[in-house]
Design a protein around this ligand. Structure first.
Ligand code: FAD
Length: 297
């Protein structure tokens, strides 16, 4: 199928992007952001969207920023909205956020990642996508700009449902800040998909922090492909005190609420989640201990 007709603009400033996005009528948004086009173009070709104008953000210099920042004393990796997934995947600075490196090879294929953007994946908010899960697990901060100005939204509040976020139709996502790993933190990431490069049937991202005494101080787990958005739970008590496999089987019954489909029933996804969550939390805990030991050497 061919895309419906649309106008195409490529503004050079963020203010002009916001001006182009303004003023939709009814269900037809006036403009739609075009970043890497790896999700938007198929959506248009299938006629699942009919924006009047595609607003290409790739000429806005500010959106190409990609750097380590200091923030409020804690380091973070700031990724602008025009930065390609492949650029992030290949950069040395990305090692500051190990979960991104673990997740990125699962995001489609290398060819898609050379066009697709990190922020585009967050804005698209596919419930089975990897990068929204990483953002949720790390509690990344997402900067959004619109007619009312700029605001910073925690990832936990950003993902509002399948393909639905805290950014409105007249907003543009400017950047995302992923907190850098600190000594004593360890991570885990895994998914099961029908073929490599497909969206996940179920997946998990895990973060564990151990204290100076070697005990688990905090554990967070995010599941994806299991609900209409990434689902994050603080599992500190479970990791400290319980048999992980049993605890994650029980958690799966609570958090996996996606309907079954031709590729797997709800029960199958619960089983996947339970197995992956227990395994990746155990790995993350082991890596956290290694990181803590290395920090004291
Ligand atoms: C065959 C195939 C397989 C794929 N497999 C996977 C996979 O396994 N995992 C995965 O996560 N993804 C997968 N994808 C999608 C991934 O490749 C896209 O890169 C990603 O979802 C969107 O990034 P993009 O930069 O291409 O965004 P675009 O396609 O340009 O935009 C996607 C949506 O987000 C909006 N948007 C983009 N940027 C902004 C912004 N800055 N502000 C506001 N709104 C914005 C657009 O308006 C649009 O609605 C796959 C795609 C294809 C075609």
């Amino acid at each position: 199928m061919k895309a419906p007709p649309f106008a195409y603009v490529r503004p050079a400033t963020l203010d002009d992007v916001i001006a182009e996005l303004a003023g939709g009528t009814g269900d037809v948004p006036s403009g739609k952001v075009l970043a890497g086009g790896q999700s938007l173009v198929p959506v248009l070709a299938m006629r699942l969207g009919r924006p009047a104008t595609l607003v290409d953000i790739n000429s806005v210099a500010e959106l190409h920023g990609f750097e380590a920042i200091d923030g409020t004393g804690a380091g973070a990796l700031r990724i602008g909205a025009a930065v390609r997934q492949r650029t992030v995947e290949r950069a040395d600075v990305t090692r500051a956020v190990p979960l991104i490196g673990m997740a990125m090879p699962f995001v489609g294929h290398r060819e898609l990642r050379s066009r697709g953007t990190v922020v585009g994946s967050l804005a698209h908010a596919d419930p089975a996508a990897e990068l929204p899960a990483v953002a949720a697990c790390l509690d990344a901060t997402i900067e959004v700009a619109g007619p009312a100005g700029r605001r910073r939204v925690p990832a936990g509040d950003f993902f509002a449902g399948a393909m639905t976020t805290g950014a409105g139709p007249e907003d543009v996502v400017v950047s995302v800040d992923f907190p850098a790993a600190r000594p004593g933190e360890g991570f885990g990431f895994a998914e099961i998909a029908r073929r490599h490069g497909d969206f996940a049937l179920a997946g998990v991202a895990a973060k564990v922090r151990v204290g100076g005494d070697g005990a688990v101080a905090q554990a967070r787990l995010t599941g994806f492909g299991i609900s209409d958005r990434p689902v994050t739970r603080d599992v500190t008590d479970l990791v400290r005190e319980r048999d992980l496999r049993e605890a994650m089987t029980e958690l799966a019954a609570e958090v996996v609420d996606t309907a079954g489909d031709a590729h797997g029933s709800t029960g199958y996804r619960r089983r996947l989640f339970g197995v992956l969550a227990a395994r990746e939390l155990a790995k993350a805990r082991g890596r956290a201990h290694t990181s803590a030991e290395e920090a004291t050497r």
